[in-house]
Design a protein around this ligand. Structure first.
Ligand SMILES: C[S@@+](CC[C@H](N)C(=O)[O-])C[C@H]1O[C@@H](n2cnc3c(N)ncnc32)[C@H](O)[C@@H]1O
Length: 279
């Protein structure tokens, strides 16, 4: 796995995609990281599943909340839907629009990227047929409010699909359990809603949706990920923040690199997807 998926990318996905940070981020770097993450088999599988669940009919209005590079907006447009990406980052909106302009749907005006946040969608009541929202709710302080907002803009019979990571499923082996607990605890504390994955059903049912499907996919880091990317840098970040000592950081990374040398390193993380219908 490349450095972009892991290292700063992984940290960026977890820590810096919150709406209040996005304007300050380098959109080119963010887009690179999102492209790398989108290439993971587990992510591809969930994106494909999500699209099947909500499959817009031609002419329907389909919205992707937190649309990033716009890849999923273009996918919605291939169904002949009027596809709209809602994205707070001006840089990512511009990048998504640039990519869309190179596609037939984009040139035909079937694709749009608008400024907005999950907590306040720029649509009238019942104006939308389909909503998808992927790896965004983990960055939202009040995910219930965001999902109620999705319910507001969907028409009766409208479909929604949510995808998110659950940081409680992160496994790193081998590692000192106490050091690992403090490190993962530190990173979880940096995320607004780190257990988002397990809460998807809850936020949907609480908002009045009827669940129509659910699935999960686990991403497994290759051996080189022990020393590169997020895992390869998390010990320095955690030590700098005071969550672990410098000695513990050095021992953590040595244990992992030794394990990887003999092919014994393991890191995995599970993502969940739930689809639902507005009654
Ligand atoms: C991890 S990225 C996922 C992007 C895209 N959904 C995908 O699957 O590639 C999170 C995205 O959510 C956006 N975002 C952050 N806070 C948001 C909020 N409150 N409402 C809507 N989008 C938000 C970020 O700018 C970023 O594009």
């Amino acid at each position: 796995m490349s450095e972009g998926v892991g290292g700063p990318g992984f940290v960026t996905e977890r820590g810096s995609f919150r709406a209040e940070h996005v304007a300050d981020q380098n959109a080119e770097r963010q887009a690179f990281v999102l492209d790398q993450i989108a290439g993971r088999p587990a992510v591809r599988a969930l994106k494909a599943w999500a699209l099947e669940q909500v499959a817009p009919a031609a002419g329907e209005t389909a919205v992707d909340v937190g649309s990033g590079t716009g890849e999923d907006v273009l996918a919605l447009a291939t169904y002949g839907a009027h596809a709209i990406g809602v994205e707070p980052s001006p840089g990512l909106r511009a990048e998504a629009a640039r990519r869309a302009a190179a596609t037939q749907a984009g040139r035909a005006g079937g694709v749009e990227f608008v400024e907005g946040r999950a907590e306040g969608l720029p649509f009238g009541d019942g104006a939308v047929d389909v909503v998808r929202c992927e790896r965004v709710l983990q960055h939202v302080d009040e995910p219930g409010d965001a999902v109620r907002e999705m319910a507001r803009v969907l028409r009766p019979g409208g479909r929604v699909v949510l995808i998110d990571t659950d940081w409680g499923t992160a496994i790193i082996h081998p590692a000192d359990p106490d050091v690992l607990r403090r490190m993962l605890g530190y990173f979880r504390d940096q995320t607004a809603n780190p257990y988002s994955g397990r809460r998807l059903r809850e936020v949907l049912t609480d908002a009045g949706f009827e669940i129509t499907g659910e699935t999960a996919a686990t991403w497994i880091e290759p051996q080189e990920g022990a020393t590169t990317g997020f895992v390869g840098m998390m010990h320095t970040t955690a030590a700098r923040a005071g969550a672990i000592t410098e000695d513990e950081a050095a021992a953590f990374t040595k244990t992992l690199s030794d394990a990887a040398e003999r092919g014994a390193f393991h890191m995995s993380l599970t993502m969940y997807a739930v689809s639902a219908r507005k009654p």
